[in-house]
Unconditional design. Structure first.
Length: 175
């Protein structure tokens, strides 16, 4: 029994070590990872490569001002970051933030610069879809040109939010 266990452990150790010398598996490399979200009552997908973090129920300090999409600021990893309501950036009504209030309870910290966080009301889950199922578009469409591509799913298609285009739309709103 001990010899069998020792051999099994040696095989597992060898397989583990070998996994670091092999290229990534094709089934993982040929997929896109997305967050399935809802903003303004609409279903969207957001690429995980465009997100630096996901935070539920993060406190947002409100700021007065004429821009309804700007909810306020929040602290992320030692930095103060402006928080924008994704539905309001798309041209809808700003929901606000807060746990249990039916408002935008989730914040995604966008990858890239300048730092920005986007608030949305629901996280429906993680999607891993084959890359060839994602319909890419060269130019933005949808609200303020912030959507780029669509992912067809069994329960319906989800437009893909393009975070750099959202950042550009925010700059346009501020000017």
């Amino acid at each position: 029994m001990n010899a069998l266990l020792a051999q099994r452990l040696a095989d597992l150790r060898e397989a583990f070590d070998r996994s670091f010398t092999e290229p990534p598996r094709q089934e993982v490399a040929g997929h896109d990872d997305l967050l399935a979200i809802r903003a303004g009552g609409q279903r969207y997908a957001l690429r995980l490569t465009q997100a630096a973090g996901l935070f539920p129920d993060r406190p947002v300090t409100r700021l007065p001002g004429p821009l309804p999409a700007l909810l306020g600021v929040a602290g992320f990893r030692g930095s103060i970051v402006p928080v924008y309501d994704l539905a309001a950036v798309f041209g809808g009504t700003a929901a606000g933030t807060g746990a249990g209030t039916g408002t935008a309870r989730w914040l995604v910290l966008a990858a890239g610069a300048p730092p920005v966080a986007l608030a949305f009301e629901a996280l429906d889950g993680h999607l891993r879809v084959p890359r060839d199922r994602v319909v890419e578009e060269a130019t933005g469409h949808g609200p303020r040109g912030c959507l780029r591509g669509i992912v067809p799913l069994d329960d319906g298609a989800r437009p893909i939010v393009d975070v750099p285009a959202v950042r550009a739309a925010i700059q346009t709103l501020m000017s």
